[in-house]
Ligand binder design. Structure first.
Ligand code: ZN
Length: 408
């Protein structure tokens, strides 16, 4: 009988064949004895996370794999990011994510990340709790240059543009509404007032003066984006009857876990970067199988390396994941192991693509097929065939004997 689920999502895992790798993808070119062994004990297939032809964002991709329809449950990136910072939204709140960046006197962006400032807490603290026209701003520091923003008050809307132009050398954008509602107009006005006041505070903040004295960039502007409104999201336990925990390094992925009501584990070794300790993450996941029914482990770096076009780095990082996967080979039959990605990030394209990703299911009751290596092309010959993200939790519930009977 299956009792537990261990889900590994390797971000941006899929790729396309590269001449430089002898016509193989980074996953195919990597030496992966453990993943191959797991594949040979599994039922394999390919997954179009959002459906054919749709290029998944990491946020919508994860929601799909975890069985949450984006049409209903995706309310922009802001609410997910602030959930990852431990903040809870209330009805009517608007959430945004932001960077502490550097602007010049004309409000033109010098650096969107203020020279990759590492600690922004003294700055966010000076803005936290500010009130403007009946709206309270709750500001919390994220990792490095990042921050989460909640606007709390009446008559707010998330129908506003980003203040962040997303590129340097451009002026910061005045926030404007994207519909004709009075709520959107009011939200844009209040947010513009806040950003102007925040800039006044930040540019003379002692922490920034000290940075400038040390030859560093002043983190003098809060660049906000990804507005989204409070949304009712049924938590994972209510939805599936499975208690769940999330182990991730990147803020977005912790945010996904928190957004769905999973317990989010803090692991200092999980950095979300190529230097992350994958083995520690798997160990922590295995350690949590006693306490939780569903353990979700996220590994980020294959995606970032794909976006850099660094195919050798991506291949090597996959080998690192494989070494850690030695721990997963020892998983007993009663644990359903799923290994997949959230989307492809082809090194040749340096961005997400709609190419499907390999997936494996291993555990009691799965129809083990003839696939003996874990790769984009080998898994296409597996029993699972071609799935979509929304099929994954349905298949999990089916294998666990928890699916409802349709009809009599
Ligand atoms: Zn992703």
């Amino acid at each position: 009988m299956l009792k537990k689920v261990f889900l590994v999502i390797c971000d941006g895992l899929g790729d396309r064949p590269l001449r430089e790798l002898g016509g193989k993808t980074p996953l195919e070119a990597a030496r992966t004895p453990n993943l191959d062994r797991l594949a040979s004990e599994s039922e394999c297939g390919l997954m179009y996370t959002l459906g054919r032809g749709l290029v998944p964002g990491s946020d919508t991709a994860h929601l799909a794999i975890l069985g949450y329809e984006r049409e209903k449950y995706y309310a922009g990136r802001g609410p997910i990011e602030v959930a990852g910072l431990g903040l809870r939204l209330q009805q009517g709140d608007v959430a945004l994510r932001g960077n502490l960046g550097t602007v010049d006197e004309k409000l033109t962006i010098v650096d969107r990340r203020a020279g990759r400032i590492r600690v922004v807490e003294p700055l966010t603290k000076s803005l936290d709790g500010m009130e403007i026209d009946g709206v309270t701003f709750i500001i919390k520091p994220g990792t490095a240059h990042r921050a989460g923003v909640i606007m709390r008050g009446e008559r707010l809307s998330d129908a506003i543009i980003d203040a962040d132009p997303h590129k340097p050398d451009l002026p910061v954008r005045k926030v404007t509404p994207t519909d004709r509602s009075t709520e959107a107009r009011r939200t844009a006005d209040v947010l513009n007032k806040f950003l102007a006041r925040a800039h006044e505070i930040l540019k003379t903040h002692p922490y920034n003066e000290e940075r400038v004295a040390n030859g560093e960039l002043s983190a003098n502007y809060l660049l906000v984006r990804g507005a989204g409104q409070y949304n009712v999201v049924p938590n994972f336990l209510e939805r599936y009857g499975l208690s769940a925990c999330c182990i991730a390094g990147g803020g977005l992925y912790k945010g996904i876990g928190a957004y769905l009501g999973m317990d989010v584990m803090e692991l200092p070794e999980a950095t979300g970067l190529p230097d992350t300790d994958v083995e520690k993450k798997f160990q922590a996941g295995l350690g949590n199988l006693q306490k939780y029914d569903f353990v979700f482990v996220h590994v980020k770096a294959a995606d970032s390396l794909g976006e850099d076009g660094n195919f050798e780095g991506k291949r090597d990082f996959i080998e690192k994941v494989d070494q850690a996967a030695e721990l997963l080979v020892r998983l007993p039959d009663e644990v359903l192991l799923i290994i997949t990605g959230d989307h492809s990030t082809p090194c040749s394209q340096k961005s997400h693509s709609a190419d499907p990703i390999p997936i494996l299911f291993r555990g009691f009751g799965v129809r083990v097929d003839d696939v003996t290596s874990f790769g984009e092309r080998s898994c296409s010959r597996g029993n699972l065939g071609v799935l979509e993200g929304k099929d994954i939790m349905a298949q999990v519930l089916n294998l666990m004997g928890k699916s409802p009977l349709v009809g009599a």
